[in-house]
Write a protein that binds this ligand. Structure first.
Ligand code: GUN
Length: 283
């Protein structure tokens, strides 16, 4: 029987623990705060930001939203980040990506002080993840690891294949799997024999942003499949990067879309915000 790895259930358990910690910090007079910056009108980004705000509210974390117009300049955005860097009420700062094309994403990300970089996108935090001495883990890869551990899926010695090499998911994902003693292969658009690489995986993690790209012939019998994708199919219905219905009977465990990795990303963001607040207040 195929196990459905339920991100809603697992994230609820993670958030419940965080809520308890936020409550006990408040009893000590410590408030936890997250600033979220969104520039422009990208509909998907708006939904993601609304979900982040909702999670903050559920957990008793103060959220400060800055919705800026499309025409915002680098200078204006840098000025805002500088203000938030120096605001003690703000423990974490998140700038929703992608930014409009005229803005310099790395300039903005690099201007967030590493202590408040709850996305773990700042080069200092990226470097710390590489050597395994980190304060924050990138939210989506951390959510995937949390799901595997919660589901008692051991990574040690397993052949893990990551499809996608983005800075947000693929690259940090491969590093976290490595820290968990997996044998890791990273595949991408130039990989030769992608089908064979995927079909050799004990644990397949897919983050490419292409609807139902992974078909049944690309997965091994009994594999664990983690689908990071969030796309619309030909009927406008939400779907992942994996053809869920086609691979379902072949695999031992799989994450659904929606209700899989998505909710975990937000739970890990809440975790990072809590970690930041503790580090900044309990020295
Ligand atoms: N855009 C898509 N995913 C993310 C994320 O995890 N963090 C931020 N800041 N932007 C994103």
């Amino acid at each position: 029987m195929t196990k459905i790895i339920n991100g809603k259930e697992i994230s609820a358990a993670v958030k419940e623990r965080i809520k308890g910690e936020v409550t006990s910090l408040r009893e000590k007079g410590i408030e936890v705060g997250l600033a979220v910056i969104i520039v422009g009108d990208d509909p998907a980004s708006k939904v993601y930001v609304a979900n982040k705000e909702k999670a903050c509210e559920q957990l008793g974390i103060n959220s400060y939203k800055y919705a800026l117009p499309e025409e915002t300049t680098n200078e204006e955005l840098l000025e805002l980040v500088k203000k938030l860097n120096n605001d003690d009420k703000v423990n974490g700062i998140l700038c929703q990506l992608p930014l409009p094309k005229h803005l310099d994403e790395s300039l903005i990300i690099n201007s967030i002080v590493p202590e408040k970089d709850v996305d773990a996108f700042h080069p200092q935090n990226v470097g710390k993840i590489m050597i395994g001495d980190f304060d924050f883990l990138p939210c989506t890869p951390a959510g995937v690891i949390e799901m595997l551990k919660y589901s008692n899926i051991d990574m040690t010695g397993k052949k893990c294949v990551v499809v996608g090499r983005s800075n947000i998911v693929g690259k940090p994902m491969s590093m976290l799997l490595l820290h968990n003693n997996a044998t890791v292969t990273v595949c991408h658009s130039r990989t030769k024999n992608l089908k064979d690489e995927c079909a050799a995986a004990d644990i397949l993690v897919v983050a490419i942003g292409r609807a139902k790209f992974i078909t049944a012939d690309m997965v091994k019998e009994g594999a664990v499949v983690i689908d990071v994708g969030m796309n619309r199919d030909e009927n406008g219905k939400l779907c992942g990067d994996v053809d869920y219905d086609a691979v379902f009977d072949k695999v031992s465990a799989i994450t659904p879309v929606p209700g899989g990795v998505g909710p975990m990303t937000i739970a890990m963001l809440m975790q990072n915000t809590l970690t930041a607040a503790k580090k900044q207040n309990l020295k």
